[in-house]
Design a protein around this ligand. Structure first.
Ligand code: SF4
Length: 347
């Protein structure tokens, strides 16, 4: 067989980029603050999430990091419609291949999609009903969505308990009989029983001892592989994020200021806030969440600074920073996206 010279020298074309599972566009969540009195007027607005944009690809883990008050948890809740967004789109590709806007779907249309969208909570102590057995807790989503016979539900519960490292006999016990790590496994089993495609893990290992954290993270990785899961991993522990996430989005004042592959973000941070965050010393505050010793005050979301919200704290602040808000843009030829006037798309 003759093969032409051009065919021999033409490099194979790269595989097509996968379609995002979730596309977040211009997502906003504002909370009005009212003055005193029954008929009080709105006196201010807290912009907890303010024009959030990112894509999540099938099978990846995207970390969402930032100081307390950066809007991580509010954004995560808006994505799953645990909170109604004020504006913007959350475009989700269903297992059937259709694209729906989770941000605007009425509750009736949202309900059949709920099984595909699940959350793993931070606190395994308060997220499990102490009056229900483990079997009842894990089976509850099947009952709500009327899936399978009683026997099939039992079989699915036993199966998922085994997959998360628990035993069949655990289903008759109550949450108080378990350790923190085991309770988080129960929460994971409950999230997985409906075979979701998208999981938001909100500080899912923050309340656990370091040794247990590693076990639960390994379990989450194994389950991701097995069930082809896509994770949005909200966390304050940058060490965990560095090892667990494929890409990382850094939030400041409710917006993404840098989004990059994890290895690149940690080795070559581009945004001044990311640099400050990575060099800052984290310290625990009374509500167990971590704060970072980044110099200056965190931007008040009810009175965001003009221009770049980070400008009052930024050591590199210059000309346009106080008046022009930098857009999130991709730095060619990398996959890094940065919202900062120091970086132009051609950098
Ligand atoms: Fe600093 Fe200006 Fe970049 Fe904002 S836009 S991070 S103020 S250099």
């Amino acid at each position: 067989m003759n093969v032409s010279a051009s065919a021999m020298t033409t490099p194979p074309s790269p595989p097509p980029a996968p379609e995002p599972l979730v596309r977040v566009r211009g997502l906003c969540k504002y909370f009005p603050i009212r003055g005193k009195g029954i008929l009080s007027k709105v006196v201010a607005t807290v912009r907890a999430v303010d024009d959030l944009n990112f894509d999540l690809f099938p099978g990846e883990t995207l970390g969402l990091v930032g100081e307390s008050g950066s809007g991580k948890t509010t954004a995560a809740r808006c994505l799953l419609r645990a909170l109604d967004p004020t504006a913007g789109d959350v475009l989700f590709r269903t297992p059937g291949g259709a694209t729906v806007n989770l941000a605007t779907l009425p509750e009736r249309a949202l309900k059949p999609l709920r099984p595909h969208l699940q959350m793993i909570f931070q606190d395994p102590y308060s997220s499990l009903n102490p009056r229900m057995t483990v079997g009842e807790i894990v089976a509850e989503p099947l009952l709500i969505h009327r899936m399978g016979t009683r026997r099939e539900q039992e079989e699915r519960v036993v199966d998922i308990l085994r997959r998360v490292g628990l035993k069949a006999e655990h289903r008759t016990r109550y949450p108080h009989a378990f350790s923190g790590g085991q309770r988080q496994r129960i929460g994971i089993a409950r999230a997985l029983i409906m075979r979701p495609s998208f999981i938001v893990a909100d500080e899912a290992v923050s309340a656990l001892d370091v040794s247990v954290q590693a076990q639960v993270l390994n379990l989450l990785k194994d389950l991701q592989e097995e069930f082809k899961l896509t994770y949005l991993f909200v966390a304050h522990n940058l060490d965990v994020v560095r090892h667990f996430c494929d890409r990382v989005a850094v939030l400041y004042a409710g917006r993404v200021v840098e989004l990059a592959p994890a290895a690149e973000l940690f080795s070559q941070p581009k945004h001044p806030y990311t640099r400050a965050l990575l060099s800052a010393v984290p310290w625990p505050d009374p509500d167990v969440r971590m704060r970072f010793d980044v110099p200056g005050e965190v931007a008040d979301p009810s009175r965001l600074p003009s221009g770049c919200a980070f400008h009052p704290r930024c050591p590199a602040c210059f000309g346009p920073c106080k008046t022009q808000r930098p857009e999130l843009k991709r730095l060619s030829p990398t996959f890094v996206q940065v919202a900062c006037h120091l970086h132009s798309p051609a950098d």
